[in-house]
Design a protein around this ligand. Sequence first.
Ligand code: NAP
Length: 422
Amino acid sequence: MSYDKIEVPSSGSKITYDEETDELNVPDDPIVPIIYGDGIGSDVGPATQKVLDAAAEATGREFNWMRVYAGESAREKYDENLPQETVDAMSEYRVSIKGPLTTPVGAGFRSLNVALRKRLDLYANVRPTYFLEGIDEVSPVKRPQDMDMIMFRENTEDVYAGIEWEAGTEEVEEVRDFVEDEMGFDSTIHDGPVGIGIKPITEFGTKRLVREAIDYALENDDKNTVTLVHKGNIMKFTEGQFRDWGYEVAEEEYGDEVITEDTLWEERDGEQPEDAVVVNDRIADNMLQQMLTRTDEYDVLALPNLNGDYLSDSAGAQIGGLGIAPGANFGTGKVLAEPVHGSAPKYEGQDKVNPTAMILSGRLMLEYMGWDDAADLVRDAVEQAISAKTVTYDFHRQMEGGEKLATSEYAQVVVENIEDLA
Ligand code: NAP
């Protein structure tokens, strides 16, 4: 495919995907699209690139980065927020990484992050939260070492689907009339201006997400449970249905490899068979407190979109804050790595914020590419920087002593750690 404003690197090869075998073919010199992002993206993007370049070089490979544009950078180049060729390039090259993109609150354009995930059908937003040496110095909790959870957040539906109507429009009044007069919810909505949104949760969307979560637990020996997190007590036909379809997947598709919590207690007196994964469920508000009080009892969480957004920020706080919380969006033969945090506009261009979240998102991308040695180097190098207390302002603010570094200086420390470790 040819592109109008995207410069395809003159060297490097394309990552390809074989649908039949479900295999990604990754050359040693891949072309990888990158969006730096808005706000602090112009600091964390290049910092991440530098670290990933060092990890690739240390393992005998090379990235050929291809800048693609969304948000502010796209408005400058294309006069629109999310050009079609950005989506096309990410789809064609399969593995990409992005920094944060700003979304105005209330009025203005819809989230470009949500749009990208939907347009690329990246249905699972995977957000791991894990302890690294040195984090006990910055965490607000007593035992951050108990935190080792990975969240699988549904990425394409729920109230984030973007089906909503603005107060004062003809459309919203039509929807109100339909709901009250035709669907039997007479006088349920207060009189006066109203905004209305729709919350679709489908069997298809739920089941493919829960499968990803269960598969991950089965593939990783240290992950023994999958928890469906929902508000099904209140939103019975959406979040309750998410739970029920989640259990259906567990019961109907995995045989003896997966058992439910009920079976565990009713038939096995709480004794978990070796190698089996237990699927349970928790109501989201309870889960938020259990994440703090019984942290080590949870491994893999599967969540509808909104719950996943809230719970992953909160889990990130337990290991020191958004500066260290990574993520990646997975689809079929495609990944888009991105940190959990947003564009923090007040810190834009100050070379100040923590690039660890985007760097560790890069680690997820490296793992997906099968470059586990490079991924391990990135993890270890970050851990060394944190335990040596050479950190950015956020961690420095939360620890005794230590050296406060700029974003670029911190990235340089991580690069040097990679070179030493390799
Ligand atoms: P935010 O950008 O994540 O920032 C909230 C706070 O988190 C910051 O003020 C800062 O805390 C801390 N923080 C975030 N990133 C950090 C980093 N790299 N290093 C250190 N600390 C960091 O959230 P927001 O202010 O609610 O949202 C700003 C914009 O980002 C909005 O337009 C929102 O829509 C967008 N957003 C985008 C994404 C995405 O691109 N995926 C995700 C979330 C939000 P302190 O002030 O305490 O230092």
